[in-house]
Design a protein around this ligand. Structure first.
Ligand code: SF4
Length: 226
């Protein structure tokens, strides 16, 4: 990476980390995927029950493979051959896991996590249930403000996920949401019925936590996920 760009990114990462800590979320920085995997590995205890949210980042960092090593009681929602009702059961069990691993749609420099979810098992676990949540995110998820986080989801994360999941939505074809900005009338939502097959069902802003030992955020100095 260009040294000047790297310096700017570090300033933004530091600002986001300080704000997350002020919001009672433990923040870490690692330079790359390899270090993210190593850090996560030191944070997990053998035999603990682990659930995951749908995440490209977990796959790109090798964390999914680590969870399949046999050292943990991994509730693998992606296990081959699972029927839809079995996947549903795994997702429900994951809400009571010891540790839930996920990425996030955005991290603001003001110390918030912003997530928009279709099934909503991911945001449910972030809110309550698992004893601990570890969030892993590339630096590309950092945005200045909550408004920028909303725009990031509408113009990047949701369209890319709709392509990945083949959702037949407006954004899958056009590359951005029907309402691609955060406006005064609808904020992060759409008028009723505007997107029939939406994956933007529930929007969650994670702010200051009551428990300082529950949410851990690992920011990686590489672009990961979307
Ligand atoms: S509301 Fe619909 S069109 Fe807009 S980003 Fe979400 S899925 Fe795409």
């Amino acid at each position: 990476m260009d040294a000047n760009l790297e310096r700017i990114i570090h300033i933004r990462v530091k600002r986001a980390m300080e704000a997350l800590e002020k919001n009672n979320m433990k923040a870490f920085y690692v330079p790359g995927k390899k270090e993210a995997l190593a850090l996560v590995s030191t944070m997990l205890a053998e035999g603990e029950t682990i659930g995951v949210g749908g995440s490209v980042t977990l796959s790109e960092t090798g964390i999914l493979e680590l969870l399949r090593s046999g050292r943990y009681n991994f509730l693998d929602r992606y296990e081959k051959g699972l029927k839809p009702e079995e996947v549903k059961k795994v997702l429900k069990q994951s809400l009571l896991s010891d540790t839930f691993l996920t990425s996030t749609n955005a991290i603001t420099e003001t110390g918030l996590l912003y997530n928009v979810d279709g099934n909503s098992n991911r945001v449910a676990a972030l809110l309550y249930g698992p004893e601990r949540v570890i969030v892993i995110a590339g630096f590309n998820k950092i945005v200045p403000t909550l408004k920028d986080a909303v725009i990031r989801v509408k113009q990047t994360a949701a369209p890319a996920n709709c392509v990945r999941l083949d959702c037949d939505t407006y954004c899958e074809k056009s590359g951005r949401c029907l309402r691609p900005v955060c406006d005064d009338s609808d904020l992060m939502t759409l008028p009723p019925g505007a997107c029939q097959n939406t994956i933007c069902c529930n929007s969650v802003v994670t702010g200051r936590q009551r428990r300082p030992d529950r949410i851990f955020v690992i920011i990686v100095g590489e672009e990961l996920g979307y």
